[in-house]
Every structure is written in C-alpha cells, then in structure tokens.
Design a protein around this ligand. Sequence first.
Ligand SMILES: [Zn+2]
Length: 247
Amino acid sequence: MELLKYYTLKGKIEVLTGLHIGAGSEIIEIGGMDNPVIKHPITKEPYIPGSSLKGKIRALLEWYEGKVNDKGDVHSCDKTENAKNCHICRIFGVSASEKLEIPTRVIFRDCFLNEEWKKKIFERELELVEEKRENTINRISSVANPRSMERVPPGAIFDFELNYRIFNTKIDNENFDNGKIDEEFFSTLLTGLKLLEMDYLGGSGTRGYGKIKFIKELMLDKGDGPKDILDDFDKIKLNKNIEEKKS
Ligand SMILES: [Zn+2]
C-alpha cells in the first residue's frame, strides 16, 4: 500500500447556538465555573478539539449507516476484508485491538477561534465565553437548584481543517486502485459533516446547545489547488426521512 496524496478541506464553522465542549471535571479551578468549556492550555481560549469532531461525526455516520449495535459500542469491523469496504472503518479507523491492516484516512485538526472574529469581540470589549445560569427544579419542593454552564456564544467563528489520505489500495493479486476507492469514500465524510449541521456538537444539544454551520467557504484541495465546494456541500441530500425532518 502506498500513500498517494492528501486532500485538504478548510473552512469556517459558525456557532449558531451556544457551544459547550466540556473541559472535564479534573481541571476545574477553585472558585471557577461548575462546567467550564475546554480551553487551549497556552492561550486559554476555547477551541474545538479535532477528537470531538471526529468522534461526533463518526457516531452520526454509524447511526446513518445503521451500524450501531444494541450496546451502543463504537463500530469496528472484525476482519480486514470487511473493514476495507466499510465506510466507517476505512475513513475513521478500526480499534487498535482488532489489529487490522487499515490505516485511518481522515485527520481532524483542532479548530481555533477565527482571528477576525476574535478582533471584533475584543474591540467591543466582550468575552470569548459566556456564563449561562440554568436551574433544575425539584419536582416536589419546587426548589430551584442553580448551576452555571460556560459556553462559547452564538456567532463565534472557528477555523476548520481536515486532511484525508488517499492510498493506492490493492484490489486483487496484481492490480491497485490508484486511489479510486478512497476518492469515492470522501463523499461519505462530507455527508458526515452535513449530518453534524443537522445534529449538534458538544454537550447539552437536546437543550439547544451546539448547532453549528459551515459558512462562507469550504475549500477542498485535492492536490491541484483549492476549490470552493460550499455550494455543493449545501446541496448534499441526506436520506429522505432525515431530510424531511430538517424544516
Ligand atoms: Zn466497519
């Protein structure tokens, strides 16, 4: 197997409703927020980890392709032959314990706040994150139990980038595909990005958080220069039942 080239996809993600990607409880500062968002260790600015994007998009595609089992485990094919033809395993990789000969195709980069957006926020002396207070109500006493959630405010813009590796794959004893299968499978990844727009990123999505959209441009470079595919991306049709629920 030979690595032929990388595709590069770059764009901007707009946060349409507040985004909360949790930092995990182990790094809460004393006197800090109950539920802080994850921040870059040096700049202290919120960001979207590539792992969050990868995990969410993989899960959405597993649902979309009917590959979620009763236990809800992460899908992984158990044979190399199956994994080669499986969009999930081929694009996102197989679990290391399976020891299959399938290299992961996609690499999601961490997404940092867009410099122009940050400049606007600083000029207006606003903060890069906001604190949202929420209550849970005791069903019997009606006593409110307040907690605070930190979130990236609606309107925030992150720079997005992923790479996708095209391998020359053996199709039989003598022939290679010259990258054709990986090139075809790339459209599945775009479907995954589309599903993300329909769903949510981060936590508390069923309570209004985490709606995002790819905006302005989505530049795809297949090795012959970047081309804007945002119009085509916006036209991607999901299967009928899911499309109908969109409006
Ligand atoms: Zn699979």
